[in-house]
Ligand binder design. Structure first.
Ligand SMILES: *Cc1c(COP(=O)(O)O)cnc(C)c1O
Length: 393
């Protein structure tokens, strides 16, 4: 189907200055990875977010994979994960041997809370994955207090939450680890792929460059002939008695140069998206069949604009928006326990009524940054018209 307003796979456009920077870096940068711009991007990211340590990686999944590795799971250890999220929030922990316990979310905010996490705690709980889904920051102070009380690791999946503030602090800087994404869909993208891993503990931070880049590190002992037996060591130091296998998940210099530059307008993109979301929500506020999550401050960056539709009208709504208005709405974040992958692994059971209800009744509107004001007006009037049609049926 040809849509006049597609659900775009690309979240934003680049300025001429950003394109020129990409071209210049591509032309001149030596080397094209692990160079000057890697440091520049990580430094800019630390300044922007206030994170103690930040490491650019190939994508947020790679960041979550390394965080999961560093949890040092033992057989039987459990990790609490929201069921309403993207699959990459969960499977890196399964790969490291953890058992998943699915947490439900709060229906008003669609993110997990200290209460919904507490309901999942057992004697085997080792870690909690908190996802700031749709760009809304979960209640990290309360979640961190609960985690510290029980001695649990906290991994923040901030893939959708760059620039989100929770009580003045950036989402992704509260937990032991934070994962950010610069994928094509996200509020800021480094040419389609990119990510950042934030780390709290100095000892862990010292391991990340080696864990990220094939284990490359120096030999502990002095060697007069530096090339014997090899120029460098590839064996990471042990961490808490465990040996870690390395990865190669580096981010190239062109992406890093662009990422550092894009951070300059992260707050502006988020503010514009929030203002547009609030305008759409206000324009539709007299329609009781639609429930949006309305947040007027930096706790929400409106990476996505989603609503619950009452009366089981969701599928008819999406069809009418597509067929009559050529607007492509989608359905997102199938509860992970419903997927064959997680069922096959033995994680098919969950008690998450809010997650089930929301997924079965939700709609995600096109909401990329490049939408024009008239596109947003079209979405509002088409939504109104579609709901009015459904009321008469
Ligand atoms: C996009 C996303 C990821 C994965 O990010 P990549 O950079 O594509 O690996 C993980 N978690 C959530 C919630 C996401 O939206």
């Amino acid at each position: 189907m040809q849509f006049s307003i597609p659900f775009s796979g690309r979240a934003h456009l680049y300025t001429d200055e950003e394109i020129a920077l990409v071209a210049a870096t591509a032309r001149e940068s030596v080397p094209l990875t692990q160079g000057y711009y890697l440091n520049a991007f990580e430094s800019a990211f630390k300044i922007y977010t206030g994170a103690k340590h930040a490491f650019a990686v190939s994508n947020a999944t790679a960041a979550l994979e390394m965080a999961a590795q560093l949890c040092l799971f033992q057989p039987g250890d459990e990790v609490i994960v929201p069921a309403h999220t993207f699959t990459a929030s969960a499977y890196p922990f399964v790969k490291q041997g953890a058992r998943i316990v699915w947490a439900d979310f709060h229906p008003a905010t669609r993110v997990i809370t200290a209460d919904t996490i507490a309901a999942c705690l057992t004697a085997r709980t080792k870690a909690i994955v908190v996802v700031h889904l749709y760009g809304y920051g979960a209640d990290m102070p309360a979640i961190m207090a609960l985690a510290r009380q029980h001695g649990l690791l906290v991994i923040e999946d901030a893939a959708q939450a760059l620039g989100v503030r929770i009580q003045e602090h950036h989402a992704g800087t509260f937990g032991d680890f934070g994962a950010f994404s610069f994928h094509s869909h996200k509020n800021l993208s480094t040419l389609g792929e990119g990510g950042m891993l934030t780390v709290q503990e100095d000892g862990i931070a010292a391991l990340i460059p080696m864990l990220r880049h094939n284990g490359h590190c120096g030999f502990a002992d002095q060697r007069e002939d530096y090339w014997i037996p090899a120029m460098g060591n590839v064996d990471l130091p042990e961490w808490r008695g465990y040996s870690l296998m390395p990865n190669n998940v580096c981010l190239g210099e062109v992406e890093c140069a662009l990422g550092a530059k894009l951070l300059e307008r992260a707050d502006r993109i988020n503010r514009e998206k929030r203002e547009r979301a609030l305008a759409v929500i206000a324009a539709l506020s007299d329609i009781p069949e639609l429930t949006f999550h309305c947040v007027t401050n930096e706790r929400h960056n409106y990476h996505l604009l989603v609503a619950r539709i009452a009366h089981g009208w969701r599928d008819a709504f999406i069809r009418t928006m597509a067929n009559q208005h050529r607007i492509q709405c989608i359905v997102q974040y199938c509860p992970l326990y419903r997927y064959p992958l997680y069922r096959k692994l033995g994680f098919g059971a969950a008690t998450c009524p809010n997650t089930d209800d929301f997924f079965d009744n939700m709609v995600s509107f096109p909401f990329h940054h490049a939408l024009l004001p008239q596109d947003l007006e079209t979405i509002v009037s088409a939504t109104r018209g579609t709901i009015e049609t459904l009321r008469t049926q």
